[in-house]
Design a protein. Structure first.
Length: 254
């Protein structure tokens, strides 16, 4: 029985787990950070919570005799990806990063790329605006520093405590979100700028396409620098890599 650990929390991680759950001879576990109250159902056993940094993850890989580690976390989970790279090197476990491709600007997009939320707030300026915040709960709180704006906040879980500003409207939901729905939401709240991450994929691209059609600028937080490890962009390629990695371990008698 070969043991596989997937660091998850993304659609790709869930789909990969579904593919591998049907395979004979594999014991697959998905690890979730625990930041979402009601995570999406998984096709394999789930563990929730951190490992205690890179060394804690390395100890887990060794203790559980993990044959392959797949980092399928969110593109902005830079610390987790860095810990995964160090842990895999320490434990001698094959590592693959399943990273979805970034969105690429096309004709009509009005993108402003920034390093972090502080720079995004500066880009918003002092004049009151109607801002669509499509960020995680960890990033949203920083915008209390600019209380002059109206904020439309969309998140998977309710934002608690609410953003400390006089005008905010909250929407909860889990993607995919369609372009038509996002366009209607933005028109309803008179949105004139979006702040988001370049998450890639199709599930949350609706707001980007809607912004293009409406001529609305998008302030995009740049992706963090990730470790230089073997990486693929699709679940299919991840399965191919895993088959090869496990074959090599068998040939070496590991």
């Amino acid at each position: 029985m070969r043991r596989i650990l997937i660091l998850g929390g993304t659609t790709e991680a869930r789909r990969l787990a579904e593919r591998l759950a049907r395979r004979v001879g594999l014991a697959v576990t998905v690890s979730l950070a625990g930041r979402t109250r009601e995570p999406a159902p998984q096709a394999v056993p789930v563990r929730i919570g951190g490992f205690g940094g890179a060394q804690g993850l390395a100890d887990y890989l060794a203790a559980e005799r993990i044959d392959a580690l797949i980092d399928a976390t969110h593109p902005y989970a830079g610390i987790i990806s860095a810990n995964a790279a160090r842990a895999a090197a320490t434990a001698g476990a094959p590592l693959l990063a399943l990273r979805r491709a970034s969105w690429v600007a096309v004709a009509g997009d009005r993108w402003i790329e920034v390093a972090d939320t502080a720079e995004a707030i500066r880009e918003l300026g002092e004049t009151p605006r109607h801002v669509f915040l499509a960020l995680g709960r960890n990033e949203i709180g920083a915008f209390a520093q600019a209380p002059q704006h109206f904020y439309l906040v969309r998140s998977v879980d309710p934002v608690e405590p609410p953003l400390a500003v006089p005008r905010a409207y909250y929407v909860t939901g889990r993607g995919p979100f369609t372009e038509a729905d996002d366009r209607a939401l933005m028109i309803e709240h008179a949105i004139d700028v979006i702040v988001a991450k370049n998450s890639g994929g199709s599930a949350t691209y609706g707001k980007i396409a809607a912004a293009r059609e409406l001529g609305i600028p998008v302030i995009l937080l740049r992706r963090p620098v990730t470790p230089q490890v073997t990486s693929v962009e699709t679940v299919e390629d991840a399965v191919t890599w895993l088959d090869h990695a496990l074959t090599l371990r068998t040939a070496r008698g590991v």
